[in-house]
Design a protein around this ligand. Structure first.
Ligand SMILES: [Zn+2]
Length: 81
């Protein structure tokens, strides 16, 4: 069961990555992420295109979230508030 869930997640992530790059470019964040200076807004670790899982709004800017499950959970919780 876990194996199936993991494969599904990987597939979703692969689709996300292509969309994410386009979205980052539109937001003017693509160079920032590619430069290696971007950080996960949840845990503070550096993120690049490989480890960036999603973006989310924080106040008046865009936050970045790495691919750690605990960070993604935090993003989901924040967005539900
Ligand atoms: Zn993180």
């Amino acid at each position: 069961m876990w194996g199936i869930r993991w494969r599904e997640r990987q597939t979703i992530k692969a689709v996300h990555e292509r969309d994410l790059e386009k979205v980052l470019e539109d937001l003017g964040l693509l160079e920032h992420v590619k430069s290696g200076k971007a950080k996960c807004d949840i845990c503070g670790d550096p993120v690049d295109l490989d480890t960036l899982l999603c973006i989310f709004p924080i106040e008046d800017r865009i936050g970045l979230c790495c691919d750690k499950p605990e960070c993604y959970q935090r993003v989901l919780l924040v967005n539900e508030e």
